[in-house]
Design a protein around this ligand. Structure first.
Ligand code: AMP
Ligand code: MG
Length: 403
């Protein structure tokens, strides 16, 4: 059995970045940028005003009140036709370029707002209320580096530099196979002893959240032949994920099937709970993840191993692994102490502190305990109890709640 960290390392070592495509920048949200974005010119193009008011010379208002002649009116987007001289002012609106000769803007609140003449009631330091040329971006700057995750702010920057089409990582396709004779699908009759397929759907949702395209491959019966056939047909996808059939039961055929197909299995057990049996295999040029069948194990192992793999494949350079933070535990946690436990918690930020509320049920089959869980508190090997009030390392898989 290998540690979680080693498993993450081995997974990422198998991942190479996939191809790119060009998309409209408005469609780039959630994608990974695959080219450096360089500012072609300074933003702002020239010094401009941050406030509505009067462009003037600071020297002219050094002894307030000061009365200045208003020689021009300058809405944003216009360029002054006159040069400002001693004793004059130009009425100016936020964003308008600073006229030649002016060095300061008196905001309208400290004036009498006059139109032919204006009285300024306070002195100002030279340069007040100016936005300097290039203070946002300088021509030649890399404003967004290849490998950046594109969120709302990045979309705004792409718009600013007029980059209407951008190169991003292709979305990887992910085949999702559920194994098990007991599994029926959502729209099927559930007779006694059968379990409704939830894994395919939670995994597909996780894949989509990670930026990939899930392909539903259905439910595969517990035979060697059916498992081989399903894996073969999934090879058209970039990644293959199966749930179930990776334990040591008499009807667990995933490892057999992979062997039969000549896969190179990198590991099949991780020293963790939930999710001890997790298979990583390379099959032809595809990466195969065999996850345990229990719904919680399935999701936890996706979040710890597969989501980072997908991010790396799309070209993300940093922030690939989920972050770990210290939280204050708000209820006791128990573990058998034989393996590292990842226990579901709801992490809430309150008064500048992160609090971790354990979910009531921690069984690997209790899918409802994943609802609202945004973290996994780590109880290490050898530790059997962590008490309420203690500080505990917690993997965050979504932002903390505000309450
Ligand atoms: P296995 O890893 O194949 O032994 O499966 C362990 C348990 O996970 C099974 O007994 C089922 O209860 C559950 N399980 C397996 N596959 C699914 C699925 N697709 N959806 C929901 N639960 C599943
Ligand atoms: Mg099974």
């Amino acid at each position: 059995m290998i540690s979680v960290e080693e498993a993450q390392e081995r997974v990422l070592a198998e991942i190479t970045t996939i191809g790119t495509e060009r998309v409209a920048f408005t469609d780039a949200l959630g994608r990974i940028l695959r080219e450096d974005i360089i500012a072609a010119s300074d933003v702002p193009q020239a010094d401009n005003t941050a406030m509505d008011g009067y462009a003037l010379r600071a020297d002219d208002i050094a002894n307030p009140p000061a009365r200045l002649r208003v020689i021009e009116d300058l809405p944003a987007g216009n360029v002054a036709t006159k040069t400002l001289e001693k004793g004059t002012a130009i009425r100016i609106m936020t964003g308008a370029l600073i006229p030649d000769g002016a060095d300061t803007v008196a905001h309208v609140e400290i004036t009498d707002a006059g139109s032919d003449f204006v009285t300024v009631k306070q002195s100002l330091k030279r340069g007040t209320n100016l936005r300097k040329k290039g203070e946002d971006m300088r021509a030649g700057d890399v404003v967004l580096a290849a490998g950046t995750f594109i969120g709302a702010a990045e979309i705004g920057v792409l718009a600013s530099v007029q980059k209407s089409v951008v190169r991003v990582g292709r979305r990887p396709t992910v085949a999702i196979i559920s194994t098990g004779d007991e599994i029926v699908d959502v729209d099927e009759q559930r007779t006694l002893g059968k379990v409704v397929n939830s894994n395919s759907y939670s995994l597909a949702a996780l894949a989509r959240e990670a930026g990939a395209i899930p392909r539903m491959m259905g439910i595969v019966r517990d035979t060697r032949e059916a498992t081989i056939a399903a894996i073969e047909s999934a090879l058209e996808c970039d990644f293959i994920i199966s749930s179930g059939g990776v334990s040591v039961g008499a009807y667990d055929f995933v490892k057999d099937a992979l062997d039969a197909l000549g896969a190179d299995t990198k590991f099949w057990q991780i020293a963790m709970k939930p999710g001890k049996p997790v298979v990583l295999s390379r099959l032809r040029d595809r990466v195969y993840f065999g996850l345990p069948g229990n719904p919680v194990s399935c999701m936890v192992s996706f979040l710890l191993f597969i989501a980072p793999a997908l991010r790396k494949a799309m070209g993300q350079k940093s922030g690939i692994l989920p972050p770990s933070v210290k939280t204050r535990l708000m209820g006791p946690l128990k573990s058998r102490g034989d393996r590292r436990n990842y226990l579901r918690v709801r992490v809430v930020a309150r008064d500048g502190e992160l609090l971790a509320y354990p979910m009531n049920a921690q069984g690997s089959g209790v899918s409802t305990s994943m609802v609202q869980a945004n973290g996994f508190a780590i109880v290490d090997t050898g530790v059997t109890t962590v008490n309420a009030g203690e500080t505990i390392s917690t993997v965050l898989v979504a932002a903390p709640f505000s309450e």
